[in-house]
Design a protein around this ligand. Sequence first.
Ligand code: AAL
Length: 353
Amino acid sequence: MKKSAATIRAEERNYFQSAEWFCTFTTHNIRGLEQEEGIHRRDPSSVILVGDTYYVYYSKSYGAHVGFGSGDLSAKVFPWDYSEIWVATSKDGWDWQEQNVALTRGEAGRFDDRSVFTPEILKYDGKYFLVYQTVQHPYLNRSFENIAIAVSDNPLGPFVGSSEPILTPSKDGQWDGDEDNRLNIISKGSFDSHKVHDPLLFHYNDKFYLYYKGKSMGEEIYMGGRDTMWGVAIADNIFGPYVKSEYNPVTNSGHETCLWQYDGGMAAFLSTDGVEKNTIQFAPDGINFEIKSVIPPNGPIAPGPFRSDEPSSYPLEGMKWGLSHKLNGWGHLVRFEINTRQTDIYRNRTKFH
Ligand code: AAL
């Protein structure tokens, strides 16, 4: 009996495991946060429930962007440039009402004076904590991007932002020359030498786990596409100091962070970049992730799942539904749901043919 390379690889990598982590996704239009001329709404947080009301937080910015190199340092460079963080509410997860700005940019000269964006929300100890990305003016190709935290007693805010970032890039690469080009480097440094993005905060194992996406100086393209990876930084106190894990990066793929707690561990949905894009993974310790399923490539973009207060009874419950964004035209929010029909049909099958 001989084994092909494919069979050996599948056995070594545990490809023939059960389908309990496998799903497909559907996306649906919602009311209230749909496409609107002249406004970007994007990168929704997880959805939380307070009383009988759902809350979601997202980046909101106005007007078209022109990219880098226009010669005008005040010109909007990205859809997430000159953003504020806004909050919307819903009673059923389908009809949303935009409420108010939850957090706006800092005063001139602060680390967050240019844009605050890509928020996540954590309900903890009777308070509401936003973690989010920040950029300081001027927004250049080589700008370092940071992560900050804000707190409020009320889910509608006002949120008070930290006076300093809680996480910064490792900045351990070296630029080559003075041209504002992030690909010209002498050395690349760590996976997060240039940017820390997409923060996602959990109270986990009596500590605070801040997951994030890293970008290095001199980004490369590998066999799976862009070299985006995630790290985690851990703190005893919610305001920090956050210490980056010695195991970082904890993924070798993925784009916007999307994780949920399950069975004492951490589950993750990885999309867009890297060989392991379009997989769902699980780490019993929140650090050492293994692939649990490979899903179709049309999953939700930048998803923020609903965070139930109840413990999950099955692996995908923490990803059952939520909001994600669509970027055709002006960025806007949609609802995603998981679909386990393929595995359900199989499980309920009585006749095999
Ligand atoms: C997103 C996220 C971060 C990036 C930009 C806005 O998809 O990864 O938030 O900075 O794109």
